[in-house]
Design a protein around this ligand. Structure first.
Ligand code: MSP
Length: 656
């Protein structure tokens, strides 16, 4: 009988810069799933790749003085190296600049045109270049791109359109009938209520204002809209409409497309509509995971080495990083990435729980039996309970993995780690070892420990590519006792050679020292990043009357919010400072401000002001100030006037 197949994809990455640890989140998750399915005996196709066309890439390449292809080649190389380093087991890496992909996208575009689902018209609208997205006036948030908050550009040009509106009813039906199609369900509701039910407009699917894209074969001044080009990768990679479509026949429809939450819309509305138009089956599921953010903001290259996966792997090891990514946050929810949380997890779950269990066990087998567990053994108290927990861990882990609940699956495995550690405390082998009569009982305890670790080592394979091998080498686990199946069978462990007490698999990290070292790395990275970026910015035409211009992304980094003064008093022994209590949404903030010469505390109460809300807290005269209120200053007299809000609006509202 043919093996069952499993097809999983990650989004294809923009090669517009170095990838940070957040990017590797989707790929590590997809890799864990692919490994798991292979272990279960599936014939797996795991696809990842790069999304290389579009205006954004063309622009950055121009700025770099190279052709777009030269630009992407270098970055794609780095991305492939990163996936190698992270032991990502993708079966195929697609680049949208691959000739076969380009040709198939052209065929898809033509097929849709011939069918009447793509037609020519004129486009007038708003385009967000960084997101490569078109928006209607009503979709904008405060006049800006609803996805990234940056400015949009008015565009007018002759364009081809895809009849997305035609598929609205079928899409709504799909969402209503197949509740598994979009997961988690919160994202399904968001798509239904915010996009599908309000109504879909036809989508502009070609551009003429730049040429870095797939040319439309029957109208060469047009290039295909990047999202049509990019989404098609999931079938072009399988050979759809090519001479060799064996993989397409074998693997399509995909079992799951893993994507970050901000691109769920493209994958659950535009992509299925394209497939409907092509009369192809739909993917079984699109899973929209949450974002990993850094404490205090979005992840970006400017945060330096602390988010560089290469640096993190070098410091803490690949398995620790992969474990943390999938354990820390439930897949689907947003989570905070911090080095402190990472180190804390490594120390508790990996060094203390699993690492200790392995080193204690191998050390005891060596000490009491010279590395070989005797065949004469005696069962005793606590054995049955340990056995029942361990033998059933596989089933429970699988239940979670089948739902892409990586964190819950790991928690389940770690319950077994804890149970086994507890078994050592319960049976107290060190006490038994004092008396020769207890030898058979001691042997059984050692066997049970080794067997529990064998089961655990098999179950962690999808997440950790290196640790299981280290454990098998130390415990001398036979090849045939490492199969996924055998993790559900208690008693399979047999030693093929003496147990060795090898390297510590997860050394403990000194949290305090490490945090200091990291702060230094970060400061250095900031210095060099600053030196690199500020100089050319000032050399360019970006100076207006001596004022350096900044991009909207710099401006939006400052979080400005409406706040109301609840109480106010003078700061002791200072004639300049006032201490204010502010209401800002549901939060209360304390702010120290140098306005005492221009406002009395009584005057301040009730004023509605603008607060720079994401400034790092600072101590002023020993008093913590959590943000800054905005005031205009007259350069000549030094006079300060507060910036207040014109009109009734709740506190906490964003100012932009
Ligand atoms: N090129 C498009 C996808 C086209 S798929 C047909 C794209 N590329 S991307 O490089 O911007 O993002 C790739 C993936 O990385 C997305 O799933 C995105 O959500 C994910 N992440 C990028 N930063 C992230 C975090 N900080 N945290 C978690 N995932 C994040 O979108």
């Amino acid at each position: 009988m043919d093996k069952k197949t499993f097809y999983i994809t990650t989004p294809i990455y923009y090669p517009s810069g170095k990838l940070h640890i957040g990017h590797s989140y989707t790929t590590v998750a997809a890799d864990a799933m692919a490994r798991y399915k292979r272990l279960q005996g599936y014939d797996v196709m795991f696809l990842t790749g790069t999304d290389e066309h579009g205006q954004k890439i063309q622009r950055v390449a121009e700025e770099d003085g190279v052709t777009p292809k030269e630009y992407v080649d270098k970055i794609v190389d780095g991305i492939k190296k990163l996936w190698n380093l992270m032991k990502i087991t993708n079966d195929k890496f697609i680049r949208t600049t691959d000739q076969e992909h380009v040709e198939t996208v052209q065929k898809i575009f033509k097929a849709l045109y011939d069918k009447g689902d793509i037609y020519k018209s004129e486009y007038e609208g708003l385009y967000c270049t960084p997101c490569e997205s078109f928006w209607t006036e009503t979709q904008l948030v405060d006049g800006k791109c609803p996805d990234c908050g940056r400015a949009v550009e008015k565009t007018r040009e002759e364009s081809y359109f895809f009849r997305l509106s035609k598929y609205q009813d079928r899409l709504i039906k799909l969402f209503e009938e197949d509740t598994e199609f979009v997961q988690p369900s919160s994202r399904r509701n968001e798509m239904l209520n915010n996009f599908l039910r309000p109504g879909l407009e036809d989508l502009c699917v070609s551009r003429t204002s730049f040429n870095w894209g797939v040319p439309v074969t029957f109208d060469e001044k047009h290039v295909v809209y990047v999202w049509i080009d990019a989404l098609s990768n999931y079938i072009t990679a399988l050979g759809y409409l090519s001479d060799n479509d064996e993989n397409f026949k074998k693997f399509w429809p995909a079992d799951v497309h893993l994507v970050g939450k901000e691109i769920v819309r493209f994958h659950t509305i535009i992509w299925p509509a394209m497939l409907m138009a092509l009369d192809l089956p739909l993917p079984k599921q699109v899973f929209g995971h949450g974002w990993l953010v850094l404490e205090g903001g979005k992840m970006s290259k400017s945060k330096g080495n602390v988010v560089d996966p290469v640096v993190l792997i070098e410091k803490y090891g690949l398995d620790a990083i992969r474990y943390f990514l999938l354990r820390e946050v439930p897949f689907g929810a947003d989570g905070v990435f911090s080095n402190e949380a990472l180190i804390t997890r490594i120390n508790s779950d990996l060094a203390n729980d699993l690492g200790n269990l392995v080193s204690r066990t191998t050390a005891m087998i060596n000490k009491y039996f010279g590395g070989v567990i005797p065949e004469t053994r005696e069962k005793g108290e606590f054995d049955l309970e340990l056995r029942s927990v361990l033998a059933s861990t596989k089933t429970r882990t699988e239940e979670y993995l089948d739902k892409l609940q990586f964190s819950a699956a790991l928690a389940e495995i770690w319950k077994s780690v804890s149970r086994t550690n507890k078994y050592i405390d319960e049976t107290m082998p060190w006490a038994l070892a004092k008396n020769e009569e207890n030898k058979a009982r001691l042997a059984e305890i050692m066997y049970n420990l080794a067997e529990s670790i064998r089961i655990i080592s098999i179950l962690i394979q999808p997440f950790m590519p290196e640790t299981p091998h280290k454990i098998w080498a130390q415990l001398a686990v036979a090849e045939e006792d490492r199969t996924w199946e055998s993790a559900g069978q208690w008693g399979a462990y047999k030693q093929v050679s003496p147990v060795t007490s090898g390297e510590i698999i997860f050394p403990r990290i000194d949290l305090e020292k490490e945090m200091e070292a990291l702060a230094e790395i970060e400061a250095k990275a900031k210095e060099t990043a600053g030196a690199k970026t500020t100089k050319p910015a000032l050399e360019k035409e970006e100076q207006t009357q001596g004022v350096a211009l900044i991009g909207i992304e710099d401006f939006t980094r400052v979080e400005l919010k409406v706040a109301k003064v609840l109480s106010c008093e003078k700061v002791e022994k200072s004639d300049k400072l006032l201490k204010l209590k502010l209401q800002c949404g549901t939060e209360e903030r304390q702010v120290v401000s140098g306005i005492a010469q221009y406002y009395t505390p009584e005057e301040m109460i009730g004023k509605v002001l603008i607060l720079a809300a994401n400034l790092k807290p600072a101590k002023i005269r020993g008093i913590e100030s959590q943000g800054m209120i905005l005031a205009a200053s007259d350069d000549e007299s030094g006079k300060l006037v507060l910036v207040t809000v014109d009109g009734d609006i709740p506190t906490g509202s964003r100012v932009s």
